[in-house]
Design a binder for this molecule. Structure first.
Ligand code: DX5
Ligand code: ZN
Length: 226
């Protein structure tokens, strides 16, 4: 198995001190276990989800504030219109929701052409089966393990069936995806997600609710690797 990727969500960080909060998961000189793999950035528009967070200007500033890859999770309507801006702002991966995208195949092509990886996310109630052809055009699959909108919710174990399906399709060469999970991931839930075949683990409250976010990153990665 590969080294598990940990992507702390800054949704649970102090937005007034974002630079320091990202620094806290940037590891020590020379990298090390306390360094996050990606920074997960939750963009919400108060329409696709009932919460409002941050947008392009903040992502542009974050791009200058850290060398960690930015993993932008767009919980917004009309991603066909807005997602490209995040790729152009230097996001490493731009994830859109399949429930919101009008033409997800075209969107993936545009994101890749703009230099980003293309991510597709499914809400807990959205089946994978209907979107397998679409996923051929994507680099990452973000399986939501809570209803999108808020940090600190409880993990929904039912979604692990989708993770297992995706893992099987990747391992048999039918899809080429980084399998990512988002919602309720903490020291207690990360092992079952790892066992189901997740490559990249998003964690908000489990990282930024900890006294030392860097140590929380290292501890989560350690548990996922067992
Ligand atoms: C929720 C967001 C998540 C959130 C996860 O809609 O997509 O990224 O920050 O927070 P936790 O890890 O606290 O469930
Ligand atoms: Zn997210």
């Amino acid at each position: 198995a590969h080294r598990p990727l940990i992507a702390p969500s800054i949704l649970s960080a102090d937005f007034a001190r974002l630079g320091e909060e990202v620094h806290a998961i940037s590891g020590t000189a020379g990298g090390g276990a306390t360094r996050a793999d990606w920074v997960h950035v939750d963009v919400m528009d108060n329409h696709f989800v009932p919460n409002l967070t941050l947008g392009l200007p903040v992502v542009q500033s974050l791009r200058k504030a850290t060398d960690l890859p930015l993993d932008c999770h767009l919980m917004i309507e009309d991603p066909d219109r807005w997602a490209i801006g995040y790729a152009e702002a230097g996001a490493y991966n731009v994830t859109v929701h399949v429930e919101a995208a009008a033409d997800p195949v075209m969107l993936a092509k545009n994101l890749r052409a703009a230099g980003a990886k293309a991510g597709l996310s499914v809400k807990p109630g959205t089946p994978l089966e209907d979107h397998l052809d679409t996923l051929k055009h994507y680099d990452t699959l973000l399986v939501m393990s809570v209803e999108p909108g808020f940090g600190g919710q409880s993990f929904i174990p039912d979604v692990l069936e989708k993770v297992r399906t995706a893992r099987r399709l990747v391992d048999t060469g039918h899809l080429k995806l980084v399998v990512e999970i988002d919602g309720g991931i903490n020291a207690d839930t990360i092992e079952q997600a790892a066992e189901a075949g997740v490559d990249c683990f998003v964690a908000g409250s489990a990282v930024y609710g900890a006294e030392d976010p860097g140590k929380a990153v290292a501890a989560l990665r350690d548990r996922a690797a067992r």
